[in-house]
Design a protein around this ligand. Structure first.
Ligand code: HEM
Length: 194
């Protein structure tokens, strides 16, 4: 029974952790783009995003990671034999990368707070695709385990996920370009009117 409790809270932890990671980097996008706003809007927005990022990281994202890892330790201690499974070793490697990403985000959050980060909103949008790829690989490993098929179906699904992530990036880029064009034409129209 303990195993099922650990598994249930392991999955709850995963959902909370990923919600936090995805939203955190989305806030980085807004934070980076706030630098393009005129004052006093820029300072007000930056302060607000800084506060939101700190709260999200401390109250949602990090506790999500702790619950996931603590329950994973619980799962392994109730079924130690699982440690011999090959799929778990690959999964642990992916999770190590994910934990590295988590702390990398913390570093960026601190740099943004000190105004020492030069990343653009577009770069943060691209960064936000990294956990998606890890999520897909880790869940596939956890579900299929050693029988994860590496046939055409898996590769097609993987290609679809990558294509979806790329099209989201392209759509965001197009929207930003359209917005810039509109702002330029409005500026031209207003200088023409003067
Ligand atoms: C410290 C890192 C982790 C360890 C040691 C770990 C270990 C485990 C173990 C032992 C199970 C039970 C497998 C079973 O009963 O079949 C499990 C289940 C699961 N884990 Fe993890 N896990 C870790 C992190 C993660 C992360 C980060 C994710 C998601 C991205 C994840 C997703 C899942 C899923 C979806 C299941 C349910 C699989 C099923 O019941 O079919 N795990 N994990």
């Amino acid at each position: 029974m303990a195993y099922y409790w650990f598994k249930a809270f392991h999955l709850i932890g995963v959902v909370v952790w990923f919600a936090g990671l995805f939203y955190l980097v989305r806030l980085f996008v807004y934070h980076a783009e706030a630098k393009l706003e005129p004052e006093p809007a820029q300072s007000i927005l930056k302060k607000q995003y800084e506060l939101m990022e700190k709260r999200l990281y401390g109250i949602i994202t990090t506790p999500g990671m702790i619950v996931t890892v603590a329950c994973a330790i619980g799962l392994i201690s109730t079924e130690p034999g699982i440690m011999k499974a090959g799929w778990l070793h690959i999964k642990l490697t992916m999770v190590a990368i994910l934990i590295g990403y988590h702390f990398f985000c913390q570093r960026i959050m601190n740099q943004l707070a000190k105004d020492e980060c030069n990343w653009t909103g577009q770069q943060f949008r691209a960064l936000n695709e990294a956990p998606t790829v890890l999520l897909v690989i880790i869940v596939l490993l956890a579900v299929f385990k050693n029988s994860l098929p590496l046939d055409i179906t898996t590769w097609v699904i993987f290609a679809l996920v990558v294509a979806m992530a790329a099209s989201i990036q392209l759509y965001a880029k197009k929207r930003r370009q359209d917005k810039e064009k509109l702002a330029q034409s409005q500026e031209l129209a207003s200088t023409g009117a003067e």
